[in-house]
Ligand binder design. Structure first.
Ligand code: ASP
Ligand code: MG
Length: 498
């Protein structure tokens, strides 16, 4: 899209401008604040940024607060640059970050007028200088720990949020950049920090509310924060969703919108099953279970602050903003049903057979050993003489076998997949379990767990069978045409959803 189109676009936007005073009055009446988070692909290039302007403008009366990820791929590239610098390849590291700079600069050039471009470019150059100094320091020290990594990665969201803020302002949307590193305060657990809630809530309110009151649109980077000593931290990969929920909870937003590049949360991974469709409504609990069991749509912790404050979360497609997306609320209204089918690959199934039966002391010892080797356990079943576990990696298992040798025999199998059905009250519906059995009867299904929660039913198959089991279950529980019979309480919501 050339410059001409952009000029026309701006003119058209300009005509629709609403005065600050009009918005201010709404905010003061406490009507609405909406947090809108845009993921990396929703800010990745000029076309994406133009769509973003249109979407933000469509929420203009609702007092939007914008949270953005780094431009798609930037976080990975920064990480690569850090590793390169710390292993002595400074040239490669600098080339990577210079490409990142050029990418932002070209976007600024194509979307901003001369004066805004000049201001942003000055800001970007300063940040890039700090970034280059950091890489130099990494090259000298040859030490790239999580603290340095957080510092390095924080530049991605810093650049994107400044860019988006200028781009919105240039489109007449009066945006104001808020530095997330000053507003979200965390512990010092680098790589996966947790907010210090009271300080964070207060700082966010202090930074965001006056801007809303003055009719501005606050724009901040997701994922990044800083510790109480002011050292940069991050909330874990994919953490921008979490940032959006933190902001939403702090300022009492009416809704949180997660703008991404898919139509919403899907009934299953569309790469496994082309019939996957959008789930219209989901509960927070179902969403958390889905994330836990391998669905990749939401950062699992995302739902926590939103859930605590009972703020609905919408997952929407920035490439198709007119779609209805998925609404995630405390209580999904459609009642008993199967909402989604997930597959967690690369699971290791472990069986620990006790030499003297399973009792409390035995369990205690086993879990002590697992903890000692930081081996995270997924699902568990016990019987008279054995414990069945699922773990994500077999790395620690040889050492665990050795430690448990006097007490038990340990066997494991790699390359398993955990298939899971998620839905409110699934466990209270025996017909769902029997339907599952019937659907995969001819497969070597290992452990069938009615889940630790009321909402899940899961089983283990060979990884090579993951795709087929998901497809079969999907066509059984989400038939293409509306079934004459309401199988297992499946509501027609699924049929409308596609
Ligand atoms: N940019 C960060 C990442 O790639 C955070 C995010 O996108 O949510 O993990
Ligand atoms: Mg993301």
């Amino acid at each position: 899209m050339g410059f001409c189109f952009w000029g026309d676009f701006l003119k058209e936007r300009g005509n629709k401008r609403m005065s600050g005073a009009q918005r201010q009055s709404r905010f003061e009446r406490g009507e609405e604040v909406v947090v809108m988070k845009f993921g990396g692909t929703s800010v990745e290039d000029a076309a994406a940024l133009k769509r973003l302007i249109g979407i933000v403008e469509s929420r203009w009366g609702a007092h939007p607060v914008i949270v953005v990820s780094a431009l798609a791929k930037v976080t990975d590239q920064l990480l690569e640059a850090g590793k390169a610098a710390a292993t002595g390849h400074l040239g490669a590291a600098l080339a990577l970050v210079r490409n990142i700079y050029v990418r932002h600069e070209e976007l600024a050039d194509s979307l901003l007028g001369a004066s805004a471009y000049g201001s942003l470019d000055r800001e970007l150059r300063n940040e890039f200088q700090s970034l280059e100094s950091l890489l130099l320091a990494l090259e000298t020290s040859r030490h790239f720990d999580l603290k340095a990594q957080d510092h390095l990665l924080s530049f991605g969201e810093c650049f994107s949020s400044k860019l988006v803020s200028w781009v919105l302002s240039e489109a007449g949307l009066q945006a104001a950049h808020v530095d997330a590193r000053q507003s979200i305060v965390t512990d010092a657990r680098h790589g996966q920090a947790t907010p210090v809630w009271d300080v964070t809530n207060q700082r966010l309110r202090d930074a965001v509310n006056p801007l809303l009151q003055s009719g501005s649109i606050p724009v901040m980077g997701g994922f990044i924060a800083s510790s109480q000593n002011g050292v940069p931290t991050t909330l874990g990969r994919g953490g921008s969703d979490f940032s959006a929920a933190i902001v939403g909870a702090a300022i009492g937003a009416l809704r949180i919108e997660i703008w991404t590049d898919v139509d919403g949360v899907m009934t299953t991974d569309p790469q496994l099953c082309s019939d996957a469709r959008v789930i219209r409504k989901l509960s927070f609990d179902e969403a958390a279970d889905m994330a836990y069991f391998g669905a990749k749509v939401l950062h699992p912790a995302t739902v926590a602050p939103a859930m605590r404050e009972n703020i609905p979360v919408y997952v929407l497609n920035s490439r198709r903003p007119e779609g209805h997306g998925t609404e995630i609320t405390a209580r999904a209204s459609t009642g008993n049903r199967v909402s989604a089918i997930t597959a967690k690959r690369n699971v290791v199934s472990v069986e620990i057979q006790s030499r003297n039966g399973v009792d409390a002391a035995f369990l205690n010892t086993v879990f002590g050993v697992l903890e000692q080797h930081t081996c995270a356990v997924d699902v568990m079943g016990t019987s008279v003489d054995r414990i069945s576990l699922l773990v994500a990696s077999s790395d620690a298992l040889p050492r665990i076998v050795e430690d448990l040798q006097p007490l038990a025999e340990v066997r494991w199998e790699n390359h398993k997949a955990l298939i899971c059905l998620v839905g409110e009250n699934i466990r209270r519906q025996p017909e769902v379990a029997s339907r599952v059995f019937a659907t995969v009867a001819d497969m070597d299904v290992r452990v069938l767990c009615q889940g630790a929660s009321e909402r899940t039913l899961s089983f283990l198959v060979d990884e090579s069978k993951a795709e087929e089991s998901v497809r079969r279950l999907h066509s059984a529980f989400f038939p293409k045409v509306e079934p004459a019979l309401d199988w297992g309480g499946i509501s027609s919501a699924f049929c409308q959803a596609g």
